[in-house]
Design a protein around this ligand. Structure first.
Ligand SMILES: Cc1cc2nc3c(=O)[nH]c(=O)nc-3n(C[C@H](O)[C@H](O)[C@H](O)COP(=O)(O)OP(=O)(O)OC[C@H]3O[C@@H](n4cnc5c(N)ncnc54)[C@H](O)[C@@H]3O)c2cc1C
Length: 556
């Protein structure tokens, strides 16, 4: 019998596996995002966003992201002598990525230089960075968002704002005055309620009479408090005057460790590079932000901005999914032809791209509303009020299904960690849960319908900017308006359906006006006119698949 002589390296030849993605610029490769940045007033920031895009698309950043997830943070409650230390140890990859994000001022730029388009510019850069690693987005977003809430208490803002706006990241566990910069977190959710923060039981006792800016002692707990190595947190607690907002620093002003205990870190589905803790306050020092009893009103200033980041994060995840799917299918041949050239796969890829473009341009339109509202534009403020909740609901709901379909484009490789797709998938439900889960966003829109109907009108005024250009949109909007409020008895039960349609109407209007014509046509045919199935890849056969796919190629 003949013997086949082969060394271990000669068992087979590897072929028909895609080349690694390599370094690419996440921003420059994303046409819808580039166009949106110009359209929404941040052309001046292109160079800065492109610098973040180059970083986020580098092999190095992707490797750091993977490392930070493979080596999740660990809680150290005590030192070797038994003293409480309550520290979280992160992998150096986390610190490096977070340091880069802070260095690029993703947590601060619009507050430092509040010119028109500042929140658009920062939003685009934030979306780019999230494609390298989403976990660091949590402390970045909270620090960005803390500023407007903190400014309701000018003396505390004067002390803390310069620290939060610094572009230097120092992971050391030291009092903030000794550090070159600081990061902020947020503690609202308790065991008995996250949505219903009025059920908070943490007690706040004034130390010296109390009042805005004064010191209190907090006793109680938080069930979720993410990024617990931040230097200070806005937390809610019950004072005599009702639920109130406090600034709780990790260290007291006299340089002592504040009186808190990190009890556990959550073992989470995704977002594993980031730590989310359970914490207890034991007469911890904290300072009242705003009036007693105004806690929800105060902290909502922060939540309003983290909600924008949930929208941006959802759209960033979709873009990452599209890039992964297009890259793989362009190089993988099945039955003798590249997948990207096969009609059924083209439908899937185009459909994923359509969803991603709709998310990107609506997220960036929303970011412009932040710029305008902060500059005092009342109409923009009204639009933002409703559009934020509508888009947080819909884009974050679409993200997990989008991720799972993007993953499947890679076949079995997509199920394997090295592809990055499992991480994308595990992360994808989170933006829908925190900062007000799906139903909460819907209820928020219903509340706006009752309490500020002008904001619903502002929303539809924006949608109707696309009127007359696309009959399918006109018909869809007319039918939708009949539903609002429609039968008032059933409005809560119908809320998801109504808010979904509001999101689709806004996205269609923006696509019709500013998107690629093939994308807009596919969106209207499928999402508005109903020529669509229940899974991605069911666009009408006459869709210009080639044009849509070409537009979303990371290489173009
Ligand atoms: C990874 C992670 C990190 C987090 N980090 C933080 C943090 O740093 N700080 C912080 O404060 N919190 C944090 N959270 C908590 C998060 O904000 C809450 O989990 C979220 O707000 C939901 O609150 P809950 O878990 O108490 O759920 P519940 O309030 O019990 O809600 C459960 C479900 O019921 C729905 N629901 C609520 N009310 C209604 C209603 N009236 N009608 C219909 N449906 C309703 C909600 O939409 C939700 O789907 C984090 C959560 C996660 C998963």
């Amino acid at each position: 019998m003949a013997t086949v002589e082969r060394s271990a390296t000669e068992t087979h030849e590897v072929f028909n596996q895609p080349a690694p993605l390599g370094d690419y610029n996440v921003f420059e490769a994303d046409r819808p995002l580039r166009e949106a940045v110009r359209r929404e007033g941040a052309e001046w920031a292109e160079e800065r966003i492109a610098a973040v895009g180059a970083l986020a698309g580098s092999v190095r950043a992707r490797e750091l992201g993977a490392l930070a997830n493979e080596n999740p943070p660990r809680l150290r409650t005590h030192d070797r002598f038994g003293h409480r230390v309550d520290e979280v140890e992160f992998h150096p990859a986390w610190d490096e990525l977070l340091g880069e994000a802070v260095g690029h001022e993703l947590h601060s730029a619009p507050w430092k230089d509040p010119r028109p388009g500042a929140h658009v510019a920062r939003g685009a850069a934030f979306a780019c960075m999230g494609q390298a690693e989403a976990g660091i987005g949590c402390p970045i977003s909270m620090t960005y968002s803390v500023i407007p809430a903190l400014r309701t208490q000018p003396d505390l803002a004067a002390e803390w704002e310069p620290r939060f706006l610094s572009d230097r990241y120092d992971p050391a566990n030291r009092p903030a005055p000794e550090k070159p910069g600081a990061l902020a977190g947020m503690g609202m959710t308790e065991k008995q309620g996250g949505t219903d923060v009025r059920a908070n039981t943490t007690l706040a006792r004034p130390v010296n009479g109390g009042g805005p800016g004064a010191e209190y002692e907090l006793t109680g707990h938080k069930w979720f408090m993410s990024a617990p190595m931040c230097d200070a947190f806005l937390v809610l607690a019950q004072a005599d005057g009702g639920i109130s907002c406090f600034l709780f620093p990790r260290w007291t002003p006299d340089g002592e460790r504040n009186r808190f205990r990190l009890q556990r870190l959550k073992d989470k589905l995704g977002n594993r590079s980031n730590a989310s803790s359970e914490i207890e306050f034991d007469s911890a020092s904290a300072w009242l932000v705003g009036e007693e009893g105004a806690g929800v009103r105060t902290i909502i200033e922060m939540v309003n901005h983290t909600r924008l980041d949930c929208v941006l994060g959802g759209s960033a995840g979709m873009r990452a999914g599209v890039v992964g799917a297009l890259h793989h299918t362009a190089q993988r041949s099945v039955f003798g032809e590249n997948l990207i050239d096969q009609p059924l796969m083209r439908n899937v890829l185009a459909d994923l791209s359509v969803e991603s473009e709709a998310a990107t341009i609506s997220a960036m339109r929303l970011a412009r509303a932040y710029d305008e509202a902060l500059a005092g534009d009342a109409e923009a403020q009204s639009f933002k009020r409703v559009a934020n909740a509508v888009l947080k609901y819909w884009i974050c709901k679409r993200a997990p299904v989008h991720a799972v379909e993007s993953l499947e484009c890679l076949g079995g490789n997509g199920f394997v960690e090295e592809s990055g797709m499992p991480r994308l998938f595990r992360e994808s439900p989170l933006n829908s849960i925190w900062e007000g889960s799906g139903n909460v966003q819907c209820l928020d829109v219903l509340r706006a319908m009752v309490k500020s109907p002008d904001s619903v009108e502002a929303f539809f005024a924006e949608v109707l900017e696309g009127a007359g250009a696309e009959p399918r949109l006109d018909g869809y909007v007319a039918a939708l308006r009949e539903q609002i409020p429609g039968d008032i008895e059933t409005i809560q039960a119908r809320a998801r359906s109504v808010i979904e349609r509001m999101a689709l109407a806004l996205q269609a209007s923006l696509l019709v006006r500013y998107g690629d014509p093939a994308t807009a046509d596919a969106f209207c045919a499928s999402r508005l006119a109903g020529d669509w199935g229940n899974a991605f890849g069911t666009l009408p056969a006459g869709t210009d698949f080639g044009r849509i796919i070409e537009r979303h190629q990371p290489a173009s």
